[in-house]
Design a protein around this ligand. Sequence first.
Ligand code: IMP
Ligand code: MG
Length: 333
Amino acid sequence: MTSTVVVGGFFGDEGKGKIISYLAIKDNPKIIVRGGAGPNAGHTIRDGDKVYKVRMLPSGFLNENAKVMIGPGVVINPDVLNKEIQDFDVTGRAFIDKHCGIIEEIHLNRDSKGELKEKIGSTGSGTGPANADRAMRVLKLAKDFDSLSSLITDVSLEVNSALDANENVLVEGTQGTFLSLWHGTYPFVTSKDVTASGICADIGLGPTKVNEVIVVFKSYVTRVGTGPLDKELSLEDAEKKGWSEFGTVTGRQRRAADFDFDLARRAIMLNSATQIAITKLDVIFTDCAGKTSYDELSDDAKAFITNIEKELNTPVTIIGTGPAVNDVVDRRI
Ligand code: IMP
Ligand code: MG
């Protein structure tokens, strides 16, 4: 059995979606299961000329043999979920837990104005207010809606049974370590813990059953919304470096800074990382675009990777070299 947990090491948008979709195909897990906050997440996945923007389903759905599941700790917007199930053609293999919380109109309204929107720069997806209602024990859960009954399964039992049967399970985190409600830059954080432990709690997987924790870092740091960002570049300078990005959910321009070793070191600690994935190496070293073997990388790019391994004392096993699912150097093999 191998359970692999993939989480973000900075402020979200590290490129987890692409890494997870690669692992979902390469490692052929039986189940790909999502923890994390809710539809505030946005992952972009490119498969050939198709582009998927995913907010609710696990990013691993490209593997048609895998079941995709959402753990009981995640809050769901049924409209977003149903649309993705249809658009991405996963009917019959997408499941949620009966204890997933449900976002309703009232949560969207509360998230679209006031403190959350203006001070915290929330995504307006209703995720925070729904989690607040859950803490107040007034949030409705998936089991309270007949319309969701065909999607419900016991996610925790399925995940643990698959591992007992020696199957691979891929656990997908959302957001990033420093957006964690416990460990992040409070109050400029999301409404849940989103470190590896929190993600595992969201799906009902205990610590002794976790085999690998892959922390994903982008080759530079970005942050969308408010909150501190050390050594933040001007939007102009970020653009010059080719680091200008826009949020998947909100369309807001992301703020950017150089790779931050202090943050990264702390993320390795907080998540008990066993491996590192580095994304967008091709944005920093354009000559690495589309490369799939380590030997083909330029000396500068190799030095960048070696330095990260030295500074963080953890192996860089997976390297993203382009937007497509297979633009990856996989050093595990
Ligand atoms: P909320 O999670 O919508 O309440 O937003 C709280 C903060 O987390 C805001 O700064 C958001 O921009 C940020 N945030 C939430 N989810 C994500 C994500 O998936 N990627 C990047 N930032 C996020
Ligand atoms: Mg994102």
